[in-house]
Design a protein around this ligand. Structure first.
Ligand code: F6P
Length: 323
């Protein structure tokens, strides 16, 4: 088994609160185990551009409570090209770096798989607010994003109730409904619409009309992004039911902010286990949270997995949720 001496860490794709806590854990536990640790700046872009610098214990001081990622991040679709991947692998090899921890989503994992095939030891950590990585029940950043969304929904409840309005709230998630499910349940929303529940205007009107009959003072409907034009829907609700409506798109607000203690602890656990896996000579794996344990999974296997943790609660708990 090849002994690892130098490792690097990068963050890729959308940033997620808690990524810094993972970087800190990797740097500190790497150094504690006698490794040299490097940071790759701006994700795979920095790998290709050779923006790779040493990290010390001091480099990760005062970051556990900071949102974003101190390493910066980027989206680099070109990294899917094997020639571009090879350039990144060569840059690591030139510096004598044997292993890489990548923090990100599925696209990040695919890059890690290609680097592994080129002889770089790779471990992936799930970091995305979307929670759309099936191999981990929870991803780094999801808890903070849900907290942010619920705080916003609570505020919208106040003003909607005061004005007797319907609030349509659009949350992030790309094509995964988990933020909508979790925030919708915690925010006591009347309807949760995601790509998994499906969407019809009729269903929305039914919920609004029922609330009107019940003389409710407010209606809260949460949508995952990319489903419909929520501003147009708010206007349609007002025109067709007479119930005054407004749409609020939470947007990138959900990606920033101080990570919750849950995200900090989860990220630290992932970071420590990633270093242990590399020291044990393992590669081509991603880490997942399963039944509250951090477990390694072959990257290829992780792509075949599915999960459905939040939707069932949304349907059972929220009487108005789409079936
Ligand atoms: O992957 C996280 C995420 O915030 C998604 O929820 C969203 O669809 C996407 O990133 C937005 O990406 P960008 O910041 O590149 O516009």
């Amino acid at each position: 088994m090849k002994k690892i001496h130098k490792i690097a860490v990068l963050t890729s794709g959308g940033d997620a609160p808690g990524m810094n806590a993972a970087i800190r854990a990797i740097v500190r536990s790497g150094i504690n185990n006698g490794l040299e640790v490097y940071g790759v700046y701006n994700g795979y872009l920095g790998l290709v551009q050779n923006d790779i610098r040493p990290l010390t214990r001091g480099s990760v001081t005062n970051i556990i409570n900071r949102g974003g990622t101190i390493l910066g991040t980027a989206r680099l679709p070109e990294f899917a090209d094997m020639e571009v991947t090879k350039k990144g692998a060569d840059n690591l090899k030139k510096l004598g770096i044997d292993a890489l921890v990548v923090i990100g989503g599925d696209g990040t994992y695919r890059g890690a798989k290609r680097l592994h095939d080129l002889g770089i030891h790779c471990v992936g950590i799930p970091g995305t607010i979307d929670n759309d990585i099936a191999s981990s029940e929870i991803t780094i950043g999801f808890d903070t994003a849900v907290n942010t969304a619920v705080e916003c929904i609570d505020k919208l409840r106040d003003t909607s109730n005061s004005h007797q309005r319907c609030s349509i709230i659009e949350v992030m998630g790309r094509h995964c409904g988990d933020i909508a499910y979790a925030a919708g349940v915690a925010g006591g929303c009347d309807l949760i619409v995601t790509s998994e529940t499906g969407y019809t205007v009729e269903r929305v009107m039914e919920v609004v009309n029922r609330a009107k009959e019940q003389q409710r003072r407010h209606i809260l409907i949460v949508f995952t992004e990319h489903i419909t034009d929520v501003d147009a829907l708010a206007k349609k609700i007002k025109d067709e039911t007479g119930f005054d409506s407004r749409a609020t798109i939470l947007g990138h607000i959900q990606r920033g902010g101080i990570p919750t203690p849950f995200d900090r602890v989860l990220a630290t656990r992932f970071g420590v286990v990633a270093v242990q896996e590399l020291l044990a000579g393992n590669s081509g794996i991603v880490l997942g949270l399963q039944h509250n344990e951090i477990v390694p999974i072959e990257i290829e296997e992780s792509f075949k997995m599915t999960k459905n943790i939040f939707r069932k609660y949304a349907v059972e708990v929220n009487t108005n949720a789409s079936k």
